[in-house]
Design a protein around this ligand. Structure first.
Ligand code: PMP
Length: 354
């Protein structure tokens, strides 16, 4: 830390992204990227946009908002585009949380929520998940705090029913409820249509997972116009050109090629089921993940030992060195070939460890 660093941030522990090692070629199953390239339409549109990069991008994201409005059944002023959904989530912490509106989220969830709360000087409460890693919905009813819930949750992949989210919305009418649907396209149920019934609902989605655009950084938030206006106030006060031209074009191409995205999601779900069954046969305990990852623990091999042994053999999975998670590893569901390779290396590793 330099002697110039603001005291405000001196105690901040930043988010640790999954490893992106450059030292050798790994089978990368640690950051929930898609194994499939972006839609050819997205790639082509992005290449064309590169030809006019001397010009700023459209700060209103008009074309992208038109396409999204049509695709999701919302109005154009009910959607906001961000530089990855991380940016939208940060905007939500900035816009809807303060000393009198603390944040609340599960103790086990996307690690960035805590970082955003601290970054913005927002008080927060972490509510423990139950022993099966489930959100106890009643814990969030009538809390009168700004609620952040990932649905499906990370790193468990477990979902909350839409009716349960409605209960949370109804019992917190004066607080914003943010539902982070980063993984919803892999078997979850989206709440986007609920924005028309609840003025306190904000839904965040990303193009990083099901749409294969993690490297482009594109996210979207859905909510009634007044909530979106608030987020725009933050956006225009920080970075009005937050979505660059190439990404905007890729986003349009991706939304125009819904069939491509659907096909890839179906394949990921098929491979997830196959892989989960194979892991169970090897003795693993798994949560019932509806995301593009599996969360698995072996009764006789520690999570860390597995993570290390796999890494040595060129397979990267995500291990969390935290009390309730350390016996598990989170494994991104890749394509069929990648998962066959993973399972055969895992078999060797288990034989060596047991
Ligand atoms: N929410 C959750 C639950 C996530 O796991 C991620 C991915 N790390 C994000 C949001 C952010 O995704 P991105 O910024 O790439 O859109």
């Amino acid at each position: 830390m330099s002697r110039f660093f603001s005291e405000k941030f001196a105690g901040l522990t930043p988010y640790t992204p999954g490893e992106q090692p450059q030292d050798r070629q790994y089978l990368k199953l640690n950051t929930n990227e898609s194994p499939f390239p972006p839609s050819p339409k997205a790639q082509e549109a992005s290449r064309k946009a590169a030809e006019v990069l001397q010009l700023y991008s459209d700060p209103d994201c008009r074309l992208l908002r038109q396409k999204a409005a049509a695709a999701f059944g919302v109005k154009e002023d009910e959607v906001l585009f961000t530089n990855g959904s991380d940016e939208g989530l940060n905007f939500a912490f900035m816009a809807f949380c303060d000393q009198t509106h603390p944040a609340v989220f599960p103790d086990i969830t996307y690690g960035f929520y805590k970082v955003f709360a601290r970054l913005n000087g927002v008080p927060y409460e972490e509510i423990p998940l139950d022993d099966a890693f489930r959100v106890r919905v009643s814990d969030y009813c009538g809390v009168h705090k700004t609620v952040f819930l990932a649905n499906p949750n990370a790193p468990t992949g477990l979902t909350i029913e839409k009716s349960e989210i409605e209960q949370i919305l109804k019992t917190n009418p004066h607080s914003v409820v943010v539902i982070d649907e980063a993984y919803v396209d892999f078997g979850g149920e989206s709440c986007v249509e609920l924005i028309h019934r609840y003025d306190n609902l904000l839904v965040a989605q990303t193009f990083s997972k099901s749409r294969s655009l993690a490297g482009a950084r594109l996210g979207m938030c859905f909510g009634q116009k007044s909530l979106i206006d608030d987020l725009n106030t933050i956006r225009f006060s920080t970075n009005p050109y937050n979505v660059n031209r190439m990404t905007m074009a890729a986003g349009v191409g991706s939304l125009e090629d819904a069939a491509y995205c659907r096909r890839n999601c179906r394949e990921i779900m098929r491979v997830r089921k196959e892989t989960a069954e194979a892991l169970k046969r090897m003795g693993f305990y798994l949560t019932d993940s509806r995301a593009n990852f599996l969360f698995a623990r072996h009764p006789r091999v520690s999570g860390e030992a597995l993570y290390r042994a796999l890494k040595e053999k060129g397979v990267l999975v995500r291990h969390f060195n935290e009390p309730r998670l350390c016996e598990f590893n989170r494994v991104t569901v890749g394509n069929a070939e990648q998962m066959h390779t993973f399972l055969s290396i895992l078999k060797t590793v288990l034989e060596e460890c047991l």
